[in-house]
Design a protein. Sequence first.
Lengths: 73, 193
Amino acid sequence: MIETVLDALRVVLKTEVNADTSVHNTPQWDSLRHIEVIFAVEDATGVQFDEAELGELDSVARIVAAIQAKHAA
Amino acid sequence: MRHELSLRGEAFGLRPVADDDAGFIAGLRSDPELGRYLHATSARVEDQLAWLARYYERAGDYYFVIERLGSGEREGLISVYDIADGQAEWGRWLLRPGSLAAVESAALIYQCAFDVLGLDAVCCRTLAANERVVSFHDSCGVAERRLLPAYVSQRGQDWDAVEHRLTRAAWPPVDARLRQLARLTARRLQRGA
């Protein structure tokens, strides 16, 4: 599943990404691209994030953890 | 300056700053992460009130609170100022951590500049070290940019800035891009409500 997330990020951010990628080490992951990242990940995984999560999914690790939590619920 | 301009978007709006916002402003500006690229500022509400008193008297300066429509929750701050010869700068742009109002607040400040104030061009200057915000302007499609070397001295160091400039003629595609994302964001927020 992480590969699905990474693929979505690559398409939106147009740069190489990995499991450690976050807004803090990827300047291209700006506030506009963040919206596009969220939509792309939701489309690719079929998961719908809660509103409270939307602004906090600022790293690959957090996105993957949020998806895993939803699948486990 | 005291003004009565308000703009409504899909999920967020702009309204004039008032004295009641002084605590909110002080809180945002003194946030260590948000304040990394700002001039040193006081976290005291009294100092923000004094700054606002001077701002109210300054012509050509429109300071807004970005708020969530419906709830009125404050999301951040934005302004357009230094209006002269049909041009202005926009900035003082701060959003609470986790806010999704960046795209729509940018769309609304451009609407304010071009539609409401009738300006011909507006620029935004960002410290070059603030790479995510520089990237935001690039992502909007604002193609006219230039480097301003040693634009400001802060904390004993000279800092370069990047100026993004948008003219009225170049605005429509930028507006379309921002509005489309703002609509999708609003729909997404409504779906989760």
